[in-house]
Design a binder for this molecule. Structure first.
Ligand code: FAD
Ligand code: NAI
Length: 471
């Protein structure tokens, strides 16, 4: 039987990064993954690389370029007629990027001497070492890192065929642009993929159960996003609905739902995306064989260092509590590998950025204003719009703002919220600042290049003390 210091189950961002870090630290490491491409070949990278972060961002970029040519170039004095796109080329480009990234991990495994064990991993027994069965082979491990990730949550009575009724997998591969697209769930996937198909020509209706829009984000950012997406971009979002029935007919898909005022309505569409959150992948993992505890929703229970209650078994990424974000899983993977190697790995859960890759982008780190209010924390607010920034105007991207929340007494930054072009990149400065326990005054005193979008961050920091220089 092959024996390893560390066996990682799952090669998504949490698992493959954990495996590489463990191998870098001199531990003999194997990584098991069951993912197969539509062609039936095993592939590394998990949800993120195959059907998540990477393909969605590729399509967001392509569709945004198309929309820019159609609508934004006019302001620059550039006109183009007969602008067309070829969906097949767009999808092939996305698939090429996915292929490059996933085969890249195979290369990284080779370079770092991580043994790749393709197949389904199941925990079978424990003792001084843990036994894991991969299809017909069994291996033993001193330490196990479970990184089995998550899958799309489906709704009862709404079967997903990934042709007409799709979760993220089908929604990233429509073979034609649906004339009318329905989306259930106005969360991150609904907004990102809804935007992709809207830009390519679909009439998109998003049906959301909650009465509030983007409740995770800061209220002021959510309000601005609502205005831009619904008023400026024509995304039709209806809140506080209750889906009662989804059926397929000759006309396509019929969605019946109750509205906020309890009347019933019907919406017909050609395709439907169901994006109502994700559930952990813990079925068929063999947790019950070794007495590994899951919570009521199927997540593996862990402490702040991703230790389970069993010795030398850890769990990281989407399969444990916390935001389902690739970089959160990666950081947990590094932490656990370092702890196994006797080092002091840690994750600062207070400084994990969120990004929603719509246009404008939405990004934040730390507390929202509504959280600070409910926690009774006294805070100051500094806010600055992109519309006053020369670079934003030059780029024809004046929408949105950056807002900094700082402790009223100490000025320490508690949260930074951005909606605007390149917010995904700009938020990095705020993450660094929060990691180093910076004050808004620190950002206000840092020299920022002119003209650059990053000046908005500095002006927002100056605004905390009511001393913006350009607005
Ligand atoms: P996963 O990526 O889900 O990987 C788990 C792996 O484990 C899979 O390959 C699975 O096949 C394998 N596995 C499961 N069980 C077993 C078993 N028993 N044996 C062997 N293998 C097993 N996050 C971001 O931070 N930024 C984004 O822009 C972003 N965009 C997204 C877009 C979409 C459409 C979706 C769906 C998600 C997106 N996410 C994004 C979320 C991100 O994909 C996840 O947070 C991330 O993939 C979680 O990583 P993970 O390693 O924990 O799990
Ligand atoms: P989500 O949790 O972001 O949003 C789901 C939405 O569906 C919520 O607003 C919820 O209220 C709504 N909903 C739930 N049940 C419903 C019902 N029966 N009817 C109508 N609405 C209903 O989940 P989503 O969009 O599926 O994405 C899953 C996760 O993947 C995200 O939470 C995020 O962690 C990750 N992700 C991250 C991205 C990024 O970082 N840019 C991009 C895409 C996904």
């Amino acid at each position: 039987m092959k024996s390893f210091d560390v066996v990682v189950i799952g090669a998504g961002p949490a698992g493959y990064i954990a495996a590489i870090r463990a191998a870098q630290l001199g531990l003999s490491t194997a990584c098991i993954d069951q993912w197969k491409t539509p062609k039936g070949e095993y592939a590394l990278g998990g949800t993120c690389l195959n059907v998540g972060c990477i393909p969605s961002k590729a399509l967001l970029e392509s569709s945004e370029n198309y929309e820019r040519v159609l609508h934004q170039f006019k302001a620059h004095g550039i006109s183009a007629s007969g602008v067309k796109f070829d969906l097949k080329t767009m999808l092939e480009r996305k698939d090429r990027i996915v292929g490059k990234m996933t085969t890249g991990i195979a290369g990284l495994f080779k370079k770092n001497k991580v043994t790749w064990l393709p197949g389904h991993g199941q925990l079978v027994s424990g003792g001084t070492t843990w036994k894991i069965k991969i299809d017909s082979e069994t291996v033993e491990a001193t330490n196990v890192i479970i990184a089995t990730g998550s899958k799309a949550r489906h709704l009862p009575g709404i079967p997903v065929d990934n042709k007409l009724v799709c979760d993220n997998e089908g929604a990233l591969a429509f073979d034609s642009v649906p004339e009318r697209l329905g989306v259930i769930g106005a969360g991150v996937i609904g907004l990102e993929l809804g935007s992709v198909w809207r830009r390519l020509g679909s009439k998109v209706k998003v049906l959301e159960a909650l009465p509030t829009f983007l409740s995770l984000a800061d209220d002021t950012v959510a309000q601005e996003a609502w205005k831009v997406f619904t008023r400026n971009q024509g995304l039709d979002i209806e809140l506080e609905v209750q889906i009662t029935k989804v059926s397929q007919s000759k006309k396509g898909i019929e969605i019946q739902y109750n509205t906020k005022d309890k009347s019933s309505k019907t919406f017909d569409c050609d395709r439907l995306i169901v994006s109502v959150g994700r559930v952990p992948n813990t079925d068929a993992l063999g947790a019950e064989n070794i007495g590994l505890k899951l919570d009521a929703k199927g997540f593996i229970e862990v402490d702040k260092n991703c230790r389970t209650a069993l010795p030398r078994i850890y769990a990281v990424g989407d399969v444990v509590r916390g935001p389902m974000l690739a970089h959160k899983g990666e950081d947990e993977g590094v932490m656990v590998a370092e702890i196994i190697a006797g080092q002091h790995g840690h994750v600062n859960y207070d400084a994990i950025p969120w990004v929603i890759y719509t246009a404008p982008e939405i990004a934040w780190v730390g507390k929202t204003e509504q959280q600070l209010k409910s926690e009774g924390v006294a805070y100051k607010v500094g806010r600055f719009p992109f519309a006053y920034n020369g670079r934003a105007l030059g780029r024809e991207e004046p929408e949105g703002f950056i807002k900094i929340l700082a402790d009223a007494a100490t000025d320490r930054i508690l949260g930074v919220h951005a909606i605007g072009s390149l917010a995904s990149e700009l938020i990095a400065e705020a993450v660094v600042a929060m990691e180093f326990g910076a004050s808004s005054e620190d950002i206000a005193r840092i020299c920022h290049a002119h003209p650059s979008m990053s000046e908005v961050m500095r002006e927002a920091a100056l605004a905390v003390d009511k001393r913006s220089l350009n607005g």
